[in-house]
Write a protein that binds this ligand. Structure first.
Ligand SMILES: [Zn+2]
Length: 114
């Protein structure tokens, strides 16, 4: 797992421009570290839906300092591949998650002693 600035420097090497052109997008992917400090934070945005979410937030393309339009999806795909080695779907993440009764609305009840 790389720091967002490392991903941004990698983007600049790959797509041109400077790291600052890409930093906000890479920070978006890793903001979930505020919720969980270990690798499980990736379940929130490091997947196909997270990449499309970035596209909705940042637009279809960004223009780097060289004046080149770079698809945000390519930047998101680069981030996820650098962290995980592949681009999983959200389904890939949740199928590894154990199902608990509260997740499907089972209410806790207080048993009355008779
Ligand atoms: Zn990441």
């Amino acid at each position: 797992m790389a720091h967002p600035i490392d991903h941004a420097q990698s983007s600049a090497s790959r797509f041109g421009g400077v790291a600052e052109d890409y930093l906000a997008i890479h920070q978006f992917f890793d903001e979930s570290k505020r919720l969980v400090a270990d690798f499980r934070h990736c379940a929130l945005r490091h997947h196909t839906e997270g990449i499309f979410m970035a596209e909705r937030l940042f637009g279809v393309t960004i223009t780097n300092i060289d004046g080149r339009s770079i698809p945000v999806r390519y930047i998101g795909e680069q981030h996820v591949r650098e962290d995980l080695g592949r681009i999983p779907s959200f389904q890939d993440w949740i199928q590894e998650m154990p199902v608990k009764s509260w997740m499907y609305g089972q209410r806790l009840t207080v048993r009355k002693e008779l």
